[in-house]
Design a binder for this molecule. Structure first.
Ligand code: CP3
Length: 366
């Protein structure tokens, strides 16, 4: 399911169509064209590592911030202004579309998404999908997202905005357990113990995430990233049987729009090709596998994104610099490389280090 040419199916005022972002370094690298400089952005670049973020967020709960368009736009723009990164990542959260569909969820500081109830039985899943149908995520319900994306894109100019969503497995891992868990045992038990209920839950999550993605793209996002952060807890067999169909379904929601689709998870060394094959144009790689080895497992067919070890952001500069240069050298074997971390920016990161990493990456000659 390769993407259509850039901008197919988008309004003529979209940044990918009117020329603002079509030849940006990010989009060129995602399309396996030669970018005019080596693109870099960071997962969780908007967040607690930035003092201006902590100030903006003071007194406002996470989901409230996500649903206040001028605030979500401001927070999205902060790391772009500060670090000269090559993309903004929309400030939101993977549970925001669930919240907009009326699901009882909040984000606890230091913990993550916490639901009013767990969804472990057929009856609980049944109630979830009937009381909160994916179709309830209509234009009205998604208005705070659309508005925030419009405000952000108007400020970003030629820097592309990346929209995102949580993949069905990662969403289900939270929904089934009702809160974050280390091994996602309850979700995996449901997957095997009641495959029909599992299919119902993940198909619903796929449509919720797909509608969230589509709204961001139509409002001006130039690329999307599907986060299947916890997919690495699955074997390839289980992934292919119980997860890949739903992830494919999510990405299908934007397949007609001609925007690059990135797919990322952690601990996914064994799953990289399978994650590409659900409809990704670019595969995000975490730091547990060497980038050139990841490219080999992907048969060199798609651009990659990654995979600086976030832990090294706290190492002495010469150690970090050598690591960044090594990642860039290994990425050169791919048809395209967008530099990123292997996972999110740790909240304790010194923002000046991130700025220095960006400038190093931009300075490295081919
Ligand atoms: O720059 C960006 O990447 C910002 C946008 C963003 C956030 N969450 C903001 C956020 C994105 C893309 C996400 C995705 C997300 N959310 C994922 C997938 C990516 C990943 O990290 O694997 C997941 C699994 C979640 C669920 C979630 N939300 C967790 C685990 C947490 C951390 C809880 C904590 O406090 O440590 C959140 C909260 C969250 N999402 C914060 C931010 C900036 C921290 C909230 C705060 O500042 O109080």
């Amino acid at each position: 399911m390769p993407s259509l040419p850039d901008g197919t199916g988008l309004p003529s005022t979209h940044p990918l169509v009117d020329g603002r972002t079509a030849t940006s370094p990010l989009i060129d690298a995602y399309r396996a064209r030669t970018p005019r400089r080596r693109p870099v952005w960071f997962m969780r670049q908007a967040g607690r590592s930035l003092p201006e973020y902590r100030e903006s967020r003071a007194g406002t709960a996470m989901l409230e911030a996500c649903l206040t368009p001028p605030l979500a736009a401001e927070i999205t723009l902060q790391p772009v202004r500060r670090h000269d990164v090559d993309a903004g990542i929309f400030f939101s959260d993977i549970v925001v579309p669930l919240k907009l569909a009326g699901v009882d969820v909040r984000i606890e500081p230091g913990v993550g998404p916490v639901f009013g109830t767990a969804h472990r039985t057929a009856a609980e899943v049944d109630r979830l999908v009937t009381e909160h149908p994916a179709e309830s995520l209509d234009e009205d319900a998604l208005a705070p997202i659309t508005e925030a994306v419009r405000l952000t894109v108007a400020e970003l100019g030629s820097t592309p905005l990346i929209g995102f969503a949580g993949a069905p497995f990662t969403l289900a891992a939270y929904l089934v357990e009702g809160r974050p868990s280390r091994d996602h045992l309850a979700a995996r038990a449901l997957m095997h113990g009641d495959p029909q209920t599992w299919a119902r839950l993940t198909a619903w999550a796929a449509d919720v995430a797909g509608r969230f993605l589509r709204a961001q793209v139509l409002a001006g996002a130039s690329a999307v990233q599907l986060f299947d952060s916890w997919a690495g807890s699955l074997s390839l067999d289980n992934y292919l049987r119980s997860v890949a169909p739903a992830s494919h379904r999510t990405l299908s929601h934007v397949a007609d729009l001609g925007v690059p689709r990135v797919h990322f998870g952690t601990g996914t060394g064994e799953l990289l090709a399978a994650m590409r094959d659900v409809g990704a144009d670019v595969v995000g790689v975490d730091d547990r596998i060497a980038l050139d080895e990841a490219v080999r497992r992907l048969d060199g067919r798609v651009p990659v994104q990654g995979n600086i070890d976030p832990a090294l952001l706290a190492a002495p500069w010469p150690v970090l610099e050598a690591h960044v240069r090594d990642v860039v050298a290994r990425g050169a074997v791919a048809p395209g490389h967008v530099v990123n971390l292997g996972h999110g920016v740790p909240p304790t990161t010194d923002p000046d280090v991130l700025t220095r990493v960006v400038s190093l990456i931009h300075s490295i000659e081919d």
